[in-house]
Structure formats: C-alpha cells, structure tokens
Design a binder for this molecule. Structure first.
Ligand code: SME
Length: 173
C-alpha cells in the first residue's frame, strides 16, 4: 500500500495504491483501512468528498458486502450519502429500520436482517448488516452502513474496526 502525492499545476493530487490482503486478520485489515481513510481525509475539509473516498475504501477492503456507505443526519432524519452498491432508500426516519436504530446512538450488529423488526430491504440480497453511528459533540451526525449477502457476516472485530473509523471521521464529514 502506498500513498503518493503528485503536483499538478497548483493542485496536489493524491493517488492511492493499495492491495488489501484477503487473508489478513480482521484487526490488521481494519488498521490498514483506517490508516488509508486517515491519509485520504486528514487534509480535505469537504465532507462529501471524504465520505465518497471512504465508501470506496470500504468497498475495496471489506469482502462479502453488497452495499457500504453513509446516511447523514439532515433536519432530524437520515438522508442517503455516498456509497458503493445498488441505488438505495433515500430517507430513513430515526428509529426506523437498522439505520434508524443506529441513528439513536448505538451500533447495530444484525446477524440476520430478517429477524430485525422493521428492517428496510433496500437490496433484497442483504442478509446481515452492521450500522455504526458517527457522533460529533455527542450528537449523531451520520451512520456508516455495511450490508452483506451472507448471514452472520459481521462480528465484534468488524464492529471495533468500523467504530474506530466512525471516531476518525467525526469531524471530517
Ligand atoms: N437496511 C437498512 C436500510 C439501508 S440499506 O441497507 C442501504 C435499514 O434497515 O435501515
């Protein structure tokens, strides 16, 4: 993995070259993902750009997923943000579905979405889901949503890795 910066006229352009190791322990995989996310977002003030790049990173690093991305808190409800996957539900009220539950402030690790009351099936392939709130000054400002076509895809190591990512992004989105 390497990050190099090229000077194009007046603009610094970051080119990111990485090859996630599919056999790496999850803790190492998330450490590398979060280093990459840090490098890509630390000097960029635009939150949409940062969410877009981190969604792309999650899509590259996190295997067996069919949707990875963000919902942002806008006027008291969740609104679709940058993602990798099929087109998805645009607005989700707080308290509705897995994302709406996470928007109340607690990570939701759902082994089987069909057993989750009120689960919103944006993509019929999704079988399990991990949603982590991003907080700023104690308030939820967005959630990170990961969907997998496999039952039980996410565990406590995924939770820890994505919670660390959420902490990193707190003031960068
Ligand atoms: N399944 C989510 C909706 C968002 S999609 O998965 C992208 C939910 O129940 O909130």
């Amino acid at each position: 993995m390497g990050l190099c910066a090229l000077l194009h006229g007046a603009y610094m352009v970051a080119m990111f070259d990485f090859t996630p190791d599919p056999d790496a322990p999850k803790a190492d995989l998330y450490a590398t993902l979060n280093e990459a996310a840090d490098a890509l977002t630390r000097d960029e003030p635009d939150g949409v750009a940062n969410m877009a790049n981190v969604a792309a990173l999650m899509g590259e690093f996190i295997s067996d997923t069919n949707w990875v991305g963000f919902y942002r808190m806008v006027d008291g409800g969740l609104v679709l943000g940058p993602f990798v996957g099929r087109p998805a539900c645009i607005r989700i009220p707080v308290g509705v579905g897995v994302c709406g539950a996470a928007a109340k402030g607690e990570t939701q690790l759902v082994k089987d979405v069909h057993a989750f009351p009120g689960h919103i099936a944006c993509d019929a392939r999704s079988q399990s889901e991990l949603v982590v709130p991003i907080k700023r000054d104690g308030e939820v400002v967005a959630v990170i949503d990961l969907d997998s076509p496999s039952i039980g895809r996410f565990d406590d190591e995924d939770r820890a890795g994505i919670e660390a990512l959420a902490t990193l992004l707190s003031d960068r989105i």
